[in-house]
Design a binder for this molecule. Structure first.
Ligand SMILES: [Zn+2]
Length: 171
């Protein structure tokens, strides 16, 4: 894994970092390897609000192409439960944004094995999040985050160790 990805995984939920690392390592070590970069890790409320504002006017009305429906703590990125990744082109070393490329499909196909949900259904691909958390954080989760911060929320949310790491169980 490259140092940019390692740095972006450091502040997210430790179990998310562990699972995403597992997926990245498996594809990196495949006979037909895929090199993956983490493009987005944890976000602040302000950063998420800035994304939400794209394509909207001051009153929040849609005026163009939007990039997210999640404002502030409505995003699993803010709570530390989600990351975005991109396959890197083996030949050029540049991110491959062509979603029809098979490398994207390989990432999405492998996600469930590592206890990860991909974000295809809400048009954020490949967005990988812990399969145990709701797609939209509950009001209670958002309040805990705002009052006590991400680590306190994580402590209240029981995230089991992924099945793939349990001896004797093949995922
Ligand atoms: Zn995302």
């Amino acid at each position: 894994m490259d140092s940019i990805s390692t740095a972006r995984l450091a502040p997210v939920h430790p179990e998310l970092a562990r699972r995403v690392t597992g997926l990245i390592d498996e594809l990196a070590n495949d006979p037909d390897p895929v090199n993956i970069r983490v493009t987005r890790g944890i976000a602040t409320v302000e950063q998420q609000d800035a994304l939400w504002q794209i394509g909207r006017d001051a009153d929040g009305n849609k005026i163009g192409a939007t990039v997210t429906n999640a404002k502030g703590t409505q995003s699993n990125h803010v709570l530390g439960f989600a990351v975005d990744v991109v396959p890197m082109n083996i030949n050029t070393g540049q991110p491959d944004w062509n979603l029809s490329h098979k490398d994207w499909q390989r990432i999405i196909a492998l996600a469930p094995k590592y206890g990860l949900r991909d974000g295809q259904c809400f048009h954020d691909a490949p967005h990988l999040e812990l399969i145990e958390v709701p797609e939209v954080p509950t009001e209670e989760m958002q309040q805990t985050y705002l009052q006590a911060g991400a680590p306190s929320l994580w402590a209240e949310t029981t995230i089991p160790t992924a099945v793939w790491d349990t001896p004797g169980i093949s995922a």
